[in-house]
Design a protein around this ligand. Structure first.
Ligand code: NAD
Length: 381
């Protein structure tokens, strides 16, 4: 961390790799976090990197960084950079993270952590040995409604937890004319399961704890896609469009998960339902500020799911807005994720999800692929 002058907050330097969809949300996250939360340092938007100088420079100007670079390795030698933030495609995460860890930088990396569990473990062990702080972008876990659901489950308010249903469905690959992208590259770890299923599995673990066995299926529903936008040339799709699985949790609960990127009409169905012996909770990613709650204690005739609307009672909502019901958005979840990462760097305890959690999720992704390939239950052992 760069020391400032006496009496001035020290600076913490950010180096961002990738200025696409997630690069921009990370910038929103850092920019908002430093205005909404208190940190013992000032954030310095030092360098943004992308594949070439033109895109890096465009990102520098629109994101407000001091420098642009077409060489992500330049971040490693820069003593003004304390954090390497990786929002590049999955296949690059490991090389970038390992180099950043070796250079002593804290690493914030998008999900899935790596294409395989072995690579995710290598990254985790390197980070733990180096004593740096890591964070993985499972941003949905930062929703105050998730914390509320987890607290209700942990406190016994739902009774004995019997089952879980989780889905992450969107339709950005539903059009068969949508060309192949890096998301279809099997070297990147897979298709809808790696891209969206990793989020569902992270949510399942966040709410109910470890998953010990899976029985899954993966299907490619659009077998050929154009190789580029508008091209008549097509190539075979090698990754799945849909993955579904039954899962068993260590705590005895059973469940199901689905990842689907051809779910026509669905834009952000990151949904879960948890059923207990006394009550249930239900959430939909398309209703980001609502948790639905059903209690068997309600009297006959009044039973039904009621909607709890996010407000200052659900920390850290109140840091953003004093009024309930005014709603947090996706970028605010990134700001909460950044808060937890910066607090960990400041030595105020680790909230995560860190690289080890990214590895645990990746193990489940791999178990599900194996289960689908071998058509049988796969256990964690
Ligand atoms: N947490 C979430 O909700 C969420 C949502 C979408 C994507 N993601 C993850 O974020 C990552 C990026 O996804 P995206 O949707 O932003 O992709 P994107 O294609 O929009 O952006 C990727 C960026 O990385 C840049 N890049 C590629 N190779 C590079 C290199 N060698 N050096 C520097 N920059 C390079 C690209 O030019 C592009 O700007 C993926 O790991 C993805 O799984 C997470």
């Amino acid at each position: 961390m760069c020391n400032g002058m006496t009496g001035v907050s020290p600076k913490i330097g950010l180096g961002l790799i990738g200025s696409g969809f997630m690069g921009k949300t990370h910038v929103f996250g850092f920019a908002t976090a430093q205005r909404v939360f208190d940190f013992p340092f000032k954030l310095d938007f030092a360098t943004v990197c992308d594949v070439d100088e033109a895109s890096a420079e465009a990102a520098r100007q629109s994101f407000g960084f001091r420098r642009a670079s077409a060489d992500w390795r330049s971040l490693l030698k820069d003593p003004e950079i304390d954090i390497v933030d990786i929002t590049a495609p999955n296949v690059l995460h490991k090389e970038m993270a390992l180099a950043a860890i070796a250079a002593g930088k804290h690493v914030y990396c998008e999900k899935p952590l790596a294409p395989s569990a072995a690579e995710a473990l290598e990254m985790t062990e390197a980070a733990e040995a180096a004593g740096i702080v890591t964070q993985v972008g499972f941003n949905y876990l930062k929703n105050p409604m998730f914390a509320l659901a987890r607290d209700m489950i942990a406190s016994g308010e739902l009774g004995e937890i019997r089952s879980f249903r989780g889905v992450h469905a969107e339709d950005y690959m539903a059009d068969a004319n949508q060309p192949l992208t890096w998301r279809h590259d099997p070297a990147g770890g897979g298709g809808a399961l790696a891209d969206l299923g990793s989020h569902v599995l992270a949510t399942a673990r966040f709410l109910l704890g470890p998953i010990v066995s899976v029985m899954g299926t993966c299907k490619t529903l659009i077998p050929e896609r154009p190789t580029a936008a508008g091209s008549r040339e097509t190539a075979t799709v090698q990754t799945e469009d849909v993955a579904q699985a039954f899962v068993n949790f260590e705590n005895g609960a059973t469940g199901s998960v689905e990842a689907n990127w051809v779910a026509t009409g669905r834009k952000m169905q990151h949904d879960f339902e948890v059923y207990g012996s006394k009550a249930a909770v239900a959430f939909s990613g398309e209703r980001l500020n609502e948790l639905r709650f059903y209690s068997m204690d309600d009297r006959a005739g009044l039973q039904g799911f009621r909607t709890i609307l996010a407000g200052p009672d659900h920390a850290p909502y109140g840091d953003f807005c004093v009024a309930p019901g005014h709603q947090l958005g996706f970028n605010d979840l990134k700001a909460i994720e950044v808060r937890d990462f910066l607090n960990a760097i400041a030595g105020q305890g680790l909230v995560g999800p860190d690289f080890r959690e990214g590895y645990e999720v990746q193990k489940l992704v791999e178990m599900l692929y194996r289960s689908a390939a071998e058509n049988r239950w796969i256990s964690l052992s």
